[in-house]
Design a protein around this ligand. Sequence first.
Ligand code: ATR
Length: 280
Amino acid sequence: MREKPILAGVIGSPVAHSLSPLIHTIWAHRAQIDGYYMPVEVPASYDDFAKTMDALRTIGFAGVNVTLPHKENALRYSDEASELASKTGAANMLTFTDNGSYADNSDVTGFESAVKSAAPDLSVKGACLVLGAGGASRAIIIALQNLGAKSIFITNRTEQKAAGLAEKFGLKTLAWAKRKDAVESADLVVNTTSLGMSGQPPLDLDGAKIKPGAVIADIVYTPMETPLLKLAREVGNPGVNGLAMLMHQAAPGFRAWFGGEAEVDEDLRTALVGELERRR
Ligand code: ATR
């Protein structure tokens, strides 16, 4: 008898723009796995999220990725959570098991992998600078700590929010007005704000102040090369864009649910860039 296709997907609102279905479909095709990965739009409330998860489990879904605004709901819904998900307070992966559901956070490991592949010899023994203190910055902070960062500075337009994360994760805060000077001593700079996204003003840092060899990362992937990443390229520094993070965060889900290889390579990147260009 023919086995049933494997089912997985991504939960969010909005979710139609997500590139995750394309990433998983490419991997499934490469590994000749019979499976479907679909976007599922779910309104923001916990109740809607929980009902949808119950339904997907009943249908036989292997697991789901979870994006905004449901990452905290995913952790709350889970029966068990990884240390990373608990520490972040959010999950972007839910795996359905016979006993319930398991929450994990591959945004953390995705950022780590993206940085390591852009700069294999990176040393973060100096300072790291995190710009932004919204939902995305928590996973980045934990990833930096996992990469061995000893000293992490956080700065945010609303300084109270930076202070909150600094207290929780043992970071140093920096006034938003000082961000340009702080770049001078950072081995790694990461933008977690929405500045630089299409339709938003750029993040106004000074290329001349970027430390030689420092990694410049941006979680934004529309555009692929934000004004910040352009600056990094012009002064010859390694850059990590949001697309690299997106591809790397997707791999653990594919391996867990579809059971195949999930290679992050140039062909995958080219396919995603092509899709983004088609949408413009
Ligand atoms: P996410 O979950 O993607 O991090 P978020 O929680 O809405 O989204 O956070 C957005 C981040 O971008 C915040 O750090 C926000 O700063 P505030 O906390 O001051 O709102 C930052 N941000 C958005 N627009 C900005 C702007 N025009 N200037 C500076 N920072 C901005």
